[in-house]
Design a protein around this ligand. Structure first.
Ligand code: NAP
Length: 330
């Protein structure tokens, strides 16, 4: 029996783990792949405070992991297959068959890249079409590539690829970018980057590998075949919330509904980071959520212990984790 289980090892989950461990909670974090989440596949993070010249995403992720583990967080690299959140005891089922029980669950599963839905997108995946410039960019060294999207990810990807590739064509469906101004200025003044405004990709084509993408101007309806060896889709992210569909309240985009206190629609369940309904998805807002979620969990578990003995309300006999929390919160 743990005090808190954290699902997802991106900035939100790692920061929740850091705060939970430092506050004396017995915390375990479950991560399916590697620490860092989307940050782990970001080449350079330039807007995280404290790093004047930016920091590599994998390096930042590693530092966050080391700090949390150093504080006492356990990390298990496994997938979560099922969540039972409604009872007093929260149960987290893992692929190994192990079931982790806890008083509280912090959900920090983040988001995964949205697909365009264009013809050939799936067929040419790993044969030219990619969703991660940092992971696959080097394959296209000295070649012609495209980035599709107009947000921060697309702008960062285009700038990253412009350092490696012969040319980068940015395809965006509107005539202005959503990305922050500092990135837009760099992008528009980079001689290797060309922008196709008001344009969408209708299809990716080629023989064994990607050779051409057909780009349609939505104002003129004219289609231009653009020769490229690589195409990077960066059109936003979809919350990784399938596992809690029908269990927790979600908004229309699939994000978990929770306020700034991160409390979700079931007691002692919290949503932190990109998976939560929120106005600004950044590393700083994700780590802030993690800290708030850990503090809320501590408060909620502590208050229960303070008001009623845990063995009566939760049905646990002599649980040392709960007793420890009395000292921390009362
Ligand atoms: P985003 O901000 O949601 O932008 C997605 C972009 O893709 C938008 O320009 C959107 O066009 C376009 N798009 C969406 N669906 C499309 C479709 N079906 N076909 C063509 N284009 C489509 O996503 P993001 O750039 O991945 O960023 C996600 C979050 O992470 C944001 O909150 C972002 O600020 C944050 N982020 C921050 C940083 C940073 O600060 N360093 C880096 C990366 C990401 P419209 O503009 O027309 O809607």
């Amino acid at each position: 029996m743990r005090d808190v289980v954290i699902i997802g090892g991106g900035p939100a989950g790692l920061c929740a783990g850091l705060y939970a461990a430092r506050s004396g909670m017995d915390a375990v974090l479950i991560e399916a792949k590697f620490s860092g989440g989307q940050v782990g596949t970001t080449n350079l993070v330039e807007n995280y405070p404290g790093f004047e010249h930016g920091i590599g995403g994998p390096e930042l992720a590693m530092l966050m992991e080391q700090q949390a583990v150093g504080a006492g967080l356990s990390i298990e690299f496994e997938s979560c297959t099922k969540l039972e959140l409604e009872g007093d005891v929260k149960r987290v089922h893992l692929t190994s068959g192990e079931v982790v029980d806890a008083y509280a669950v912090i959900l920090a599963m983040g988001a995964y890249p949205r697909k365009l839905g264009a013809k050939g997108e799936e067929e040419f995946r790993a044969r030219g079409v990619s969703f991660c410039a940092t992971c696959d960019g080097f394959i296209f060294k000295g070649k012609r590539v495209a980035v599709i999207g107009g947000g921060n990810t697309a702008a960062e990807d285009a700038l990253y690829l412009a350092n490696i590739c012969e040319s980068v064509t940015l395809v965006h469906r509107r005539n202005s970018l959503r990305a922050e101004n500092a990135l837009v200025t760099k992008l528009l003044t980079n001689p290797r980057i060309t922008v196709m405004w008001d344009s969408v990709v209708d299809s990716f084509e080629g023989e064994a590998k990607l050779e051409t993408m057909n780009v349609r101007n939505i104002k003129t309806n004219e289609t231009t075949p653009v020769p490229v060896e690589g195409a990077f889709v960066a059109v936003g992210a979809v919350p990784n919330s399938d596992i809690v569909k029908g269990i927790l309240e979600l908004d229309e985009s699939g994000s978990i509904k929770a306020g700034e206190d991160t409390r979700a629609s079931i007691t002692r369940v919290y949503a932190a980071g990109d998976i939560r309904t929120k106005p600004l998805r950044q590393i700083v807002t994700a780590v802030a959520d993690g800290a708030v979620a850990a503090a809320a969990a501590l408060q909620d578990i502590g208050l229960r212990v303070h008001n009623e003995p845990p063995r009566q309300i939760c049905g646990f006999v002599g649980d040392p984790g709960a007793v420890q929390l009395v000292g921390n919160t009362v």
